[in-house]
Design a protein around this ligand. Structure first.
Ligand code: BDR
Ligand code: CA
Length: 304
């Protein structure tokens, strides 16, 4: 079983990603660490705990982390609603521990070279961990990051994807960090969408009922905000990459993060010129087959 830490800001698609990671049975989830992004740290932590309760997996520890980006005010997402999980709007206690960065470092130290860090939100906690104990962070096996827009438009400004846009300084630190990194950007995610009729096929009603309740506002908000039909599956696709990496098309790139541009802040700027780049710093997943993902996603969530 792959040992992972999921750093996340639930978020409808984060919630679905946690469900996929747990139900696939393929991961030893050492912790879920939370970050402010789609909603406040109180809400993202509350939502993470709520999802684990739905899954009957409250044994997985949740550690809360940063309540704002490194240098900026938090700009929350719109499509997930005020609670971050519109449609379910959990009211359980968030129980903020505030120690996500320390716990990430501690878990890495106890599992040298074995931990894959899966990031589904702004990279604030990860950048802080690098700033705090760089040598220890080099003991990670890999970082798998949901974010960025390489050859497609952004979803937050014209060119930037939300997770990069919210904390570009943190993204900059992580992209410069010399360790194996894989990116699942909008390029791979935009072509995979699920509809209510897909979620209705989930056989396990303990998940089907809450998933349908939250997916309806998510789909409605995406249509209103982004003019797109269907539920975008950014974060579940990121987990799916680890489940079935061989079905994904990928390529190495040299990417830097724009931290200043008036119109381009948060852009993942790739070296696309013809001359060969000598400094590729990240593997980019360019395509994930929609049919295979859908089939496996529904199959795993159907398991009782
Ligand atoms: C990313 O932004 C968030 O709203 C989603 O949860 C996902 O992680 C997509 O741009
Ligand atoms: Ca997210």
């Amino acid at each position: 079983m792959k040992k992972i830490i999921i750093d996340t800001d639930p978020g409808h698609d984060d919630a679905l990603a946690i469900m996929l990671a747990v139900k696939s049975g393929m991961f030893d989830i050492k912790a879920i660490t939370t970050v402010a992004g789609n909603s406040s740290i109180e809400n993202t932590t509350r939502n993470a705990r709520f999802v684990l309760k739905l899954l009957n997996r409250e044994d997985i520890p949740v550690y809360s982390g940063s309540d704002r980006p490194l240098k900026r005010e938090l700009i929350k997402a719109v499509v997930h609603g005020n609670s971050g999980l519109e449609g379910l709007d959990p009211e359980n206690e968030p129980n903020l521990s505030g120690d996500a960065v320390e716990k990430i470092l501690h878990i890495i130290k106890k599992n040298l070279g074995e931990i894959t860090l899966v990031t589904l939100g702004p990279l604030t906690n990860i950048a802080k961990a690098i700033l705090k104990d760089r040598d220890n962070m080099l003991n990670l096996k890999e970082i798998v990051i949901m974010g960025g827009a390489i050859k497609v438009p952004g979803n937050k400004n014209r060119v930037a994807e939300f997770n990069m846009f919210v904390d570009p300084e943190a993204a900059d630190i992580v992209f410069r960090f010399p360790i194996k990194k894989t990116l699942i950007p909008l390029d791979a995610c935009n072509n995979v969408r699920l509809f209510k009729k897909d979620f209705q096929k989930i056989e396990n009603e303990n998940l089907r009922i809450p998933v349908i309740s939250m997916i309806e506002p998510y789909i409605k908000n995406i249509a209103e905000e982004e003019g797109v039909d269907g539920a975008l599956m950014y974060d579940p696709l990121t987990v799916y990459y680890l489940i079935n990496p061989d079905c994904c098309r990928k390529r190495d790139y040299d990417i830097v993060i724009e931290t200043e541009g008036e119109h381009t802040c948060g852009m993942t700027v790739a070296e696309l010129r013809l001359k060969k780049s000598v400094s590729n710093n990240i593997t980019v997943v360019e395509e994930i087959p929609e049919g295979k993902f859908k089939e496996d996603f529904i199959r795993f969530l159907s398991m009782s």
